[in-house]
Ligand binder design. Structure first.
Ligand code: SF4
Length: 365
């Protein structure tokens, strides 16, 4: 069995060693690129969302590399997420690829299916080994999230442009290669010290920007044209509303026991959007309000073009922006989005936030 699965930031890399321990061969596709998107666009319905097209392109690259089993996630809610996997499977089989697809649905929807998939992938591996591997996987993903969060905080003040990104990218590989929880813990200390040793200009004027939006385009840098790096290098300290460990706790662990996670975000969104409308639309609204209340300078919403939940959220964010006096910039991303155009809009936005902050500080004396 040659297994493959799409990227969602660096997170899928640690899955490789776990699946290999269970006796599988893992095909690691190249990072999503223009080629990946071009292939996806060629075979996807025209108005499919951007994540659908990138993931479809990735699956084709995996199948070209010899994968015979694709792993993906399902979805719930009133948007198209729940139809992604079956539609991608049909498109790929119509093209002529021969493979199996394992779909992981949310636990509240199909816990039995998850157990069945894990049994299939673990091939009779003893329960204790599976437990230890999942524990190691979780620690690795948690450290990757912590390092990424740290890079968001310091990049805006780095003395040498690009240093934080270089250190962070190097650290991803070290985490990927760790073989035990003990190694991950040692690595945590080492990598955090390394981050802390990056020279910073503490006198630089920086602004605080929150990032909200649909999960794939928020977490996968290839889909958002590395917006976090660009923003950081322009002088924005970033707080990303979503990380894979937080999302997993709310949407897999709590979901498995039928508890709603992120109650504070839903409560904040309630006056404007009391319903779950699919995707992360309600979260985008709730997070923006919380950022405004925490005195952030601005918010950026990332949305795939044609993403219904984020289109609804955007119409509400205009009102929130006015009521809370917080600038909100939305990017609808598709295959036509170019980095140069994005950079120009980001520069203007950060410039606006810096001037607004300076004016506020001057008024406060
Ligand atoms: S949340 Fe948006 S991008 Fe994701 S499947 Fe739904 S409509 Fe598409």
């Amino acid at each position: 069995m040659k297994i493959a699965y799409p990227y969602l930031g660096p997170t899928p890399l640690p899955f490789k060693s776990m699946l290999e321990t269970f006796g599988n061969e893992v095909v690691v596709p190249p990072r999503p690129s223009k080629r990946t998107l071009d292939i996806g666009v060629k075979h996807a319905p025209e108005f499919a969302c951007l994540p659908f097209k990138i993931v479809l392109g990735t699956f084709i690259e995996c199948l070209e590399m010899g994968a015979d089993t694709l792993i993906t996630s399902g979805g719930v809610g009133p948007c198209r997420a729940g139809q992604y996997a079956p539609l991608q499977e049909k498109i790929l089989k119509d093209i002529g690829y021969d493979f199996d697809m394992l779909i992981f649905e949310p636990p509240s929807k199909d816990l039995k299916g998850i157990i069945k998939n894990v049994r299939y992938l673990s091939k009779g591996t003893p329960g204790l080994v599976i437990f230890r591997q999942i524990q190691l996987l979780w620690q690795k993903i948690k450290l990757l999230d912590d390092l990424e969060r740290k890079s968001h905080q310091i990049r805006a003040r780095e003395v040498e442009k690009g240093k934080t990104s270089d250190v962070y990218k190097d650290q991803i590989n070290k985490v990927f290669e760790a073989n035990s929880v003990r190694e991950v813990n040692l690595l945590k200390k080492e990598t955090m010290e390394e981050m802390d040793s990056i020279p910073l200009d503490l006198d630089r004027t920086v602004v605080k920007v929150g990032i909200v939006g649909e999960i794939y385009v928020v977490l996968e840098p290839a889909s958002n044209l590395e917006i976090e790096e660009s923003l950081g290098e322009m002088g924005a300290v970033i707080d990303r509303s979503m990380f894979i460990t937080g999302w997993t706790k709310s949407n897999a662990i709590l979901d498995a026991v039928h508890m709603a996670g992120e109650a504070d975000i839903k409560k904040a969104a309630e006056p404007y959007l009391p319903e779950m409308i699919g995707g992360h639309g309600q979260d985008s609204v709730g997070h923006t309000i919380l950022y405004a209340e925490q005195d952030f300078d601005g918010v950026i919403q990332l949305a795939p073009f044609t993403c219904i939940p984020e289109i609804v959220a955007k119409s509400i964010l205009t009102k929130i922006s006015a009521e809370y006096d917080i600038p909100v910039l939305t990017f609808f991303l598709d295959e036509q989005t170019g980095k140069a155009g994005m950079q120009t809009r980001l520069e203007a936005f950060v410039d606006l936030l810096i001037r607004k902050r300076e004016k506020k500080e001057a008024a406060a004396g």
